[in-house]
Design a protein around this ligand. Sequence first.
Ligand SMILES: Cc1cc2nc3c(=O)[nH]c(=O)nc-3n(C[C@H](O)[C@H](O)[C@H](O)COP(=O)(O)OP(=O)(O)OC[C@H]3O[C@@H](n4cnc5c(N)ncnc54)[C@H](O)[C@@H]3O)c2cc1C
Length: 84
Amino acid sequence: MKLEAGWAGLYENTPDHNALIGRAHTPRNFLYATGFSGHGFLQAPAVGELVTDLFLERDSFMDPHPFRADRFRDAEALSEIHII
Ligand SMILES: Cc1cc2nc3c(=O)[nH]c(=O)nc-3n(C[C@H](O)[C@H](O)[C@H](O)COP(=O)(O)OP(=O)(O)OC[C@H]3O[C@@H](n4cnc5c(N)ncnc54)[C@H](O)[C@@H]3O)c2cc1C
Protein backbone atom coordinates (compact mmCIF):
# COMPACT_ATOMS: atom_id res chain seq x y z
CA MET A 1 0.00 0.00 0.00
CA LYS A 2 1.12 3.55 -0.63
CA LEU A 3 2.11 5.53 2.46
CA GLU A 4 -0.27 8.52 2.78
CA ALA A 5 1.28 10.31 5.74
CA GLY A 6 3.93 9.83 8.38
CA TRP A 7 5.06 11.25 11.68
CA ALA A 8 8.12 10.87 13.82
CA GLY A 9 9.20 12.25 17.18
CA LEU A 10 12.45 12.14 19.10
CA TYR A 11 13.00 11.44 22.80
CA GLU A 12 14.82 14.34 24.44
CA ASN A 13 17.00 12.21 26.71
CA THR A 14 19.19 13.42 29.55
CA PRO A 15 22.23 11.38 30.69
CA ASP A 16 20.29 9.90 33.66
CA HIS A 17 16.89 9.83 31.89
CA ASN A 18 15.38 12.21 34.44
CA ALA A 19 13.93 15.62 33.66
CA LEU A 20 15.59 19.01 33.97
CA ILE A 21 13.41 21.25 36.14
CA GLY A 22 14.50 24.36 37.96
CA ARG A 23 15.52 28.00 37.96
CA ALA A 24 18.69 28.92 36.07
CA HIS A 25 21.23 31.45 37.29
CA THR A 26 22.04 32.49 33.71
CA PRO A 27 19.92 33.81 32.15
CA ARG A 28 18.80 35.08 35.52
CA ASN A 29 15.50 33.61 36.78
CA PHE A 30 15.02 31.47 33.66
CA LEU A 31 12.66 28.60 34.59
CA TYR A 32 13.11 25.35 32.69
CA ALA A 33 11.20 22.07 32.51
CA THR A 34 12.46 19.80 29.76
CA GLY A 35 14.41 16.61 29.05
CA PHE A 36 11.61 14.25 30.07
CA SER A 37 13.29 11.34 28.29
CA GLY A 38 10.12 9.83 26.86
CA HIS A 39 7.99 10.29 30.01
CA GLY A 40 6.82 13.89 29.63
CA PHE A 41 3.07 13.25 29.27
CA LEU A 42 2.70 11.18 32.41
CA GLN A 43 4.70 13.69 34.46
CA ALA A 44 2.97 16.79 33.07
CA PRO A 45 0.42 17.40 35.90
CA ALA A 46 3.07 17.17 38.60
CA VAL A 47 5.56 19.26 36.60
CA GLY A 48 2.91 21.94 36.10
CA GLU A 49 2.42 22.15 39.87
CA LEU A 50 6.16 22.25 40.47
CA VAL A 51 6.87 24.98 37.90
CA THR A 52 3.94 27.06 39.17
CA ASP A 53 5.38 26.88 42.68
CA LEU A 54 8.87 27.74 41.41
CA PHE A 55 7.44 30.78 39.64
CA LEU A 56 5.57 31.87 42.76
CA GLU A 57 8.68 31.14 44.88
CA ARG A 58 6.76 28.99 47.34
CA ASP A 59 7.31 25.50 48.74
CA SER A 60 5.96 22.71 46.58
CA PHE A 61 4.71 19.18 47.18
CA MET A 62 8.21 17.94 46.33
CA ASP A 63 11.75 19.26 46.28
CA PRO A 64 12.79 20.22 42.70
CA HIS A 65 16.49 20.24 43.66
CA PRO A 66 17.27 16.69 42.34
CA PHE A 67 16.10 17.81 38.87
CA ARG A 68 18.39 20.85 38.58
CA ALA A 69 20.37 21.00 35.31
CA ASP A 70 23.75 21.45 36.98
CA ARG A 71 23.49 18.04 38.69
CA PHE A 72 25.64 16.64 35.87
CA ARG A 73 28.65 18.52 37.18
CA ASP A 74 28.66 15.85 39.89
CA ALA A 75 29.67 12.46 38.40
CA GLU A 76 27.72 10.53 41.07
CA ALA A 77 24.50 12.15 39.86
CA LEU A 78 24.71 10.17 36.62
CA SER A 79 23.12 7.09 38.19
CA GLU A 80 19.36 6.88 37.60
CA ILE A 81 17.53 7.83 40.82
CA HIS A 82 13.91 8.17 39.66
CA ILE A 83 13.33 5.09 37.56
CA ILE A 84 9.93 5.19 35.88
C1 LIG B 1 7.37 8.66 19.94
C2 LIG B 1 7.18 9.21 21.33
C3 LIG B 1 6.35 8.57 22.22
C4 LIG B 1 6.16 9.06 23.51
N1 LIG B 1 5.33 8.40 24.37
C5 LIG B 1 5.15 8.88 25.60
C6 LIG B 1 4.29 8.19 26.51
O1 LIG B 1 3.69 7.16 26.20
N2 LIG B 1 4.13 8.71 27.75
C7 LIG B 1 4.77 9.84 28.14
O2 LIG B 1 4.60 10.24 29.28
N3 LIG B 1 5.58 10.51 27.30
C8 LIG B 1 5.79 10.06 26.04
N4 LIG B 1 6.62 10.72 25.19
C9 LIG B 1 7.33 11.89 25.67
C10 LIG B 1 6.49 13.15 25.58
O3 LIG B 1 5.93 13.29 24.31
C11 LIG B 1 7.43 14.35 25.86
O4 LIG B 1 8.20 14.11 27.04
C12 LIG B 1 6.62 15.62 26.03
O5 LIG B 1 5.84 15.88 24.90
C13 LIG B 1 7.58 16.77 26.26
O6 LIG B 1 6.82 17.94 26.43
P1 LIG B 1 7.51 19.32 26.37
O7 LIG B 1 6.43 20.34 26.55
O8 LIG B 1 8.70 19.35 27.29
O9 LIG B 1 8.15 19.44 24.90
P2 LIG B 1 7.39 19.38 23.50
O10 LIG B 1 6.09 18.65 23.56
O11 LIG B 1 8.46 18.92 22.53
O12 LIG B 1 7.04 20.90 23.24
C14 LIG B 1 8.04 21.84 22.90
C15 LIG B 1 7.37 22.85 21.99
O13 LIG B 1 8.27 23.94 21.77
C16 LIG B 1 8.22 24.30 20.43
N5 LIG B 1 9.47 24.98 20.13
C17 LIG B 1 10.70 24.44 19.94
N6 LIG B 1 11.60 25.40 19.71
C18 LIG B 1 10.93 26.56 19.74
C19 LIG B 1 11.32 27.92 19.56
N7 LIG B 1 12.57 28.26 19.34
N8 LIG B 1 10.36 28.87 19.66
C20 LIG B 1 9.08 28.52 19.92
N9 LIG B 1 8.65 27.26 20.10
C21 LIG B 1 9.58 26.30 20.00
C22 LIG B 1 8.04 22.99 19.68
O14 LIG B 1 7.49 23.20 18.39
C23 LIG B 1 7.04 22.26 20.60
O15 LIG B 1 5.68 22.56 20.29
C24 LIG B 1 6.81 10.25 23.90
C25 LIG B 1 7.64 10.92 22.99
C26 LIG B 1 7.83 10.40 21.73
C27 LIG B 1 8.72 11.15 20.77
